[in-house]
Design a protein around this ligand. Structure first.
Ligand SMILES: NC(=O)c1ccc[n+]([C@@H]2O[C@H](COP(=O)([O-])OP(=O)(O)OC[C@H]3O[C@@H](n4cnc5c(N)ncnc54)[C@H](O)[C@@H]3O)[C@@H](O)[C@H]2O)c1
Ligand SMILES: N[C@H](C(=O)O)[C@H](O)COP(=O)(O)O
Length: 331
């Protein structure tokens, strides 16, 4: 019998829908021991607001992982600074969120957890609390001492990786260098092979400028940066094509020929992915020394404690983490 795996689930921004989703997930039988990292009083209070029965069990990490029954949730406690009003951000709890991420990070690095799945955080309120934070992706990369990681969002039909993550648009062009693009493509190829079992990955690379620069008349990055990297990375073990105009590569006929599209920046790739699959997509950080998946949506403050938040993306993120943990450990 395969041993039961233990996976960390961070509940995210306490005023958002993260706690609601963790409680909803506990109503389904899971194939692994999920350990929610959150304040148990918050989970108790939110379950009451949602009118959902919940039995909370503090995890004993010295014991082998065990499965929860439906309606049960293992938790690792972390204390809120102040009580939470659902839907209302409070910067006093910004450090609580960071603490929960740090506990998950430490537990992944010391193999307490086989993976971490994250519910959404609110980047703004964490910064308001005095902590520079641009996203889980960057937080986990820095904490793991990794110089470069890749954000990829995926449904069963489409994978979109990003050459840059949470950057102001003004900084994007400067951040795309031959060196950074080379690293991004190498990480993506490696992950498609090892974590997704694709022997000869096929990647379509987008241009940065409209119409991929129109032969240099609408921007030169395709000629000076992107194309040379694509040319240099040609091999018998992969198909890398581009630079494609981003507005035409995302059509069904073209996408059939590729395992992933590499977009140059956040809002070039993610609106397409979310239009196609919001609610069923998974955010995966490639290039970390552990497995990290997440939801495809944000904190949805408007839905916290209402019962209207859908847990479909969180369940997909958990299932993806399990598949990855069962198949190939990241290298
Ligand atoms: N993984 C993450 O931590 C993550 C991902 C995306 C955005 N965010 C953060 O979330 C905050 C709010 O972002 P936003 O308002 O742009 O996006 P959002 O995803 O929170 O909300 C966009 C819309 O989708 C709806 N929605 C979101 N999740 C839903 C769900 N599970 N079920 C039903 N409806 C849902 C919301 O009600 C809202 O109408 C920002 O601070 C952003 O940075 C975090
Ligand atoms: N870029 C993500 C999205 O739009 O869904 C989101 O901001 C989460 O990013 P992190 O996983 O880095 O927090």
């Amino acid at each position: 019998m395969t041993p039961i795996k233990r996976i960390a689930l961070t509940a995210g921004e306490p005023a958002g829908i993260g706690p609601d989703l963790c409680i909803q997930i506990a109503q389904q039988q899971q194939q692994v021991q999920l350990v929610v990292i959150a304040d148990p009083d918050l989970l108790r209070e939110r379950a009451k607001q949602l009118n959902i029965q919940l039995r909370l069990i503090e995890v004993d990490l010295s014991q082998p992982p065990q499965l929860a029954e439906q309606g049960e949730l293992f938790y690792l406690p972390v204390n809120l600074a102040e009580p939470v009003a659902a839907g209302q951000l409070n910067r006093a709890n910004g450090l609580y969120v960071i603490q929960s991420l740090q506990m998950a990070l430490d537990g992944c690095l010391n193999n307490t957890f086989s993976a971490v799945v994250t519910a959404p955080v609110h980047k703004g309120v964490i910064n308001d609390a005095g902590v520079e934070f641009s996203g889980h992706t960057e937080f986990f990369a820095e904490g793991a001492g990794v110089d470069k990681v890749v954000m990829m969002l995926a449904t069963e039909q489409l994978r979109v990786a990003l050459a840059t993550t949470h950057l102001p648009l003004r900084d994007v062009a400067d951040a795309i260098t031959q060196d950074s693009l080379n690293k991004v493509l190498s990480i993506t190829l490696n992950s498609l092979r090892k974590q997704f079992g694709i022997d000869k990955p096929r990647i379509a690379v987008c241009g940065l400028n409209p119409h991929a620069g129109e032969g240099g008349h609408l921007g030169k990055e395709e000629i000076t940066v992107i194309q040379p990297v694509i040319d240099a990375m040609q091999s018998d073990d992969a198909t890398i094509t581009g630079a494609w105009p981003a507005d035409t590569i995302f059509n069904q006929d073209k996408l059939r020929d590729y395992d992933a599209v590499l977009a140059m920046f956040h809002d070039q790739g993610l609106p397409v992915l979310k239009h196609h699959g919001f609610g069923k997509a998974v955010n995966i950080t490639l290039g970390l020394p552990f497995i990290r998946t997440s939801v495809d949506h944000g904190t949805a403050l408007d839905l916290a404690a209402t019962g209207a938040a859908k847990a479909t993306s969180l369940q997909a993120a958990i299932d993806m983490a399990i598949t990855m943990a069962n198949s190939q450990h990241p290298s």
